[in-house]
Write a protein that binds this ligand. Sequence first.
Ligand SMILES: NC(=O)c1ccc[n+]([C@@H]2O[C@H](COP(=O)([O-])OP(=O)(O)OC[C@H]3O[C@@H](n4cnc5c(N)ncnc54)[C@H](O)[C@@H]3O)[C@@H](O)[C@H]2O)c1
Length: 357
Amino acid sequence: MKVGMIGCGVISQQYLASFEQLPDVQLVAVADLDPARAEAAAEGRAGVRALTVDELLTDAEVDTVLNLTIPAAHADIDLRAIAAGKHVYSEKPFAVTTQEGAEVLVAAQQAGVLVGSAPDTVLGTGTQTARAALDQGLIGAPTAATATMVTPGHERWHPHPDFYYVPGGGPLLDMGPYYIHALVTLLGPVSAVIGAASRPRPERTIGSGPRAGESIPVSTDTHVTGVLVHESGVLSTLVMSFEAVATSAHPIEIHGTEGTLAVPDPNHFDGEVTVRRLAGEGWEPLPVTGGYGEAGRGIGLQDMAVRGPELRAGGELGQHVLEVMNAVLESSRSGTRIEIASTIARPEAVEHQEVPA
Ligand SMILES: NC(=O)c1ccc[n+]([C@@H]2O[C@H](COP(=O)([O-])OP(=O)(O)OC[C@H]3O[C@@H](n4cnc5c(N)ncnc54)[C@H](O)[C@@H]3O)[C@@H](O)[C@H]2O)c1
């Protein structure tokens, strides 16, 4: 796969660090609205050209566009790449509105190209070991789950945090993809949601970089709670917040008739899975039994390069999760339960393997 990367900001550093570990993925070009960022990303990397966005989209060598722009630009860049006949892989969230996400999938289907979507962290050993434990019946029949993510706010460390506080950002669209991709990977698709959300503070203050001290307006909900009704009948309770200092809750807990599984942070590839058995005492760590070991951001691209249309971090999963997240926000506004139109099979489990294959 010959990749052209659009968007050379904070997260691009993690992708740039992983490319050498991905045997079937080769970075050949980079672009950014800010040409200096593209030049910096290409510097010292043999075979990687810094181009304009338009040049990259029509470049003959590029067959796949890796979209690392801000959420508001995801669908537009994807659609332009698809129109140029390229496969696309987008950072999360898949798009901002459910409608524009759907347009990307339709365009890709018509063009006969593949669509991938972050997060690929759930292909790592943390979520996949939990998946293997569930599939082996370790906690009996799953009944319920919780997903908890709290932080005081990314403006404390991100030098350009504006996108976190507009539609497409907020704790749900920013961090929710990790947790809901994991919940769908573990428990299957969601058929309905109920949400409640708040936005207590109108402004945030940038804490680092050249704009430190600058106030930015908040135009999206910053504390979001919801209940996801899975097709299986399992109920997941979600707390996603930029309004809390800390939590001691496990990032994800899955409850079943025979035990409770504690799943590590789905924003990381690894981490310890523990179980508390109905008949046992205390939390027992589980050995690693699933997932790509030593993985970093970009493993989803490798999975796409090898598996083609069977890719696990696929656009349809990204779109299902986007629909779920927007429905939680819509439910919070309307005060009603929202049915989810899309559905998706659980992505195939990843067998434990150290080297991507
Ligand atoms: N920062 C993180 O820790 C992190 C982690 C995981 C995922 N992400 C996701 O990655 C994406 C990018 O986040 P980031 O933190 O790197 O943001 P960033 O603001 O640091 O970088 C985004 C880059 O995209 C460029 N850009 C914006 N619109 C563009 C367009 N239309 N065409 C070309 N370039 C454009 C900007 O100039 C900037 O260089 C977001 O979707 C975010 O949710 C970020």
